[in-house]
Write a protein that binds this ligand. Structure first.
Ligand SMILES: Nc1ncnc2c1ncn2[C@@H]1O[C@H](COP(=O)(O)OP(=O)(O)O)[C@@H](O)[C@H]1O
Ligand SMILES: [Mg+2]
Length: 383
């Protein structure tokens, strides 16, 4: 199927979280119906979708029912098994392709792919057992970061190794195996780029943004990244190149470090909408979610332009969620809530965007002031 999906067609979204919710809302605006596959009753995505299949991602019958109910399949959650992906792809067009998903599911395949395209990462080594971990640590030096190759998110499935005494306990703790060891990058900034690639190979790249994490969870995104223009442009080129090399149809988010010497290193890639692209809903004529839906539906891609500068602040856990009424009462804060019933610690419940005229993104103090009630709940280095 190479033709554009007609209005009222159904886009199947694997995953029921907030990325699926915002994709479904963008799909609705373009005249499509969303059908969500999720194991969860009352998921954020299903709340705003035309229909839902409740079932496990590995349940063959559920995957089949889901696929047969939709016209094209995409993802907000990419950890479906190889067999599951093959089954989906045998029934409907799957965008991005199972091959692109497999690369990003596994940190070893991912880093091999990135390096094979001439793009640097942190130094890394695959770890099969404790002995190979000791070898890898001797080569990469301490501190270093041990990670599961699969299923990690928000810093889960990783451990910082400060010295030889940390090796054996960290190896025993981390699951599932196998693992990967990465050299520790003493980064000056974490940045990311979201790129959309259409069915016709055309590419639209959003501006490079800076991301600040708290306890390994994204806290703040600054758009555009306050870094030198050449670095920001270099990061965009990397993202476009990797999307092309994957033959991607859909969105690719590329997380990167700017190291102490000003080099851009790729940390990880995700072939789906990304938390660091939420600012695009309010600061761009076409958001990452619209570009996602357009790419998956075979529609033309508009340029990923930005009409405003923006700061995006995540609302994480019970404390920040408790500020919701105050957020609503604060002029200038653009509120987004995801429909989750329980605000557990570390859970992303919503986000807030604050816009500034293009070129007028303030420094730390200005951002703190502009975030009003949320200013106290984030850390930023002094200017
Ligand atoms: N090699 C590294 N050197 C320094 N910091 C790292 C390294 N790898 C990860 N981190 C830090 O941990 C965070 C989460 O790691 P990441 O690999 O992005 O996993 P995930 O986002 O899947 O949890 C990164 O955003 C970064 O702050
Ligand atoms: Mg990450």
């Amino acid at each position: 199927m190479n033709a554009a999906l007609p209005p009222n067609a159904t886009i199947g979204i694997v995953g029921g979280g907030q990325l699926g919710r915002m994709s479904a809302m963008a799909a609705a605006r373009l005249g499509y119906r969303a059908h969500v596959l999720t194991p969860e009753e009352d998921s954020p995505a299903a709340q705003v979708s035309a229909s839902v299949t409740i079932g496990d991602y590995e349940d063959v019958a559920a995957l089949r029912r889901f696929a047969e109910a939709v016209d094209v399949i995409t993802f907000e959650f990419e950890n479906v098994s190889a067999e599951g992906l093959d089954l989906l792809a045998s029934l409907r067009p799957v965008r991005p392709s199972p091959d692109a998903l497999r690369v990003s599911q596994d940190r070893v395949l991912e880093k091999s792919f990135v390096n094979a395209n001439g793009v640097p990462t942190a130094p890394w080594q695959a770890v099969e057992d404790v002995a190979s971990l000791r070898d890898a640590a001797a080569r990469l030096g301490f501190p270093c970061i041990l990670k599961t190759t699969r299923l990690g998110y928000d810093g889960k499935g990783q451990a910082l190794l400060r010295g030889p005494a940390d090796v054996a306990p960290a190896y025993a703790d981390l699951d599932p195996k196998p693992l990967i060891l990465e050299g520790f990058v003493d980064f000056g900034a974490e940045i990311s780029v979201v790129v959309a690639r259409g069915l016709d190979g055309s590419v639209s790249v959003f501006d490079t943004v800076e991301n600040r994490h708290r306890e390994h969870i994204l806290d703040l995104t600054l758009a555009p990244a306050p870094i030198p223009e050449a670095l920001a442009a270099g990061a965009q080129e990397i993202a476009a190149k990797l999307a092309g090399a994957l033959g991607l149809v859909g969105l690719l988010a590329v997380e990167m470090f700017v190291d102490a010497t000003g080099r851009v290193l790729v940390n990880e890639i995700a072939p789906r909408p990304h938390n660091s692209g939420h600012w695009t809903i309010d600061a761009c004529p076409a958001s990452q979610f619209e570009l996602h839906v357009r790419a998956v539906a075979g529609l033309p891609l508009p340029a990923a332009t930005r009409h405003s500068d923006a700061v995006m602040k995540n609302l994480v856990g019970p404390e920040e969620t408790a500020l919701w009424p105050t957020v609503l009462a604060t002029p200038g804060l653009i509120p987004h809530l995801y429909g989750k019933s329980e605000a557990r610690p570390g859970r992303k419940m919503g986000h807030v965007t604050r816009l500034f005229p293009r070129g007028a993104l303030p420094g730390a103090h200005g951002i703190a002031a502009a975030l009003g009630p949320l200013a106290t709940s984030f850390r930023m280095d002094p200017e």
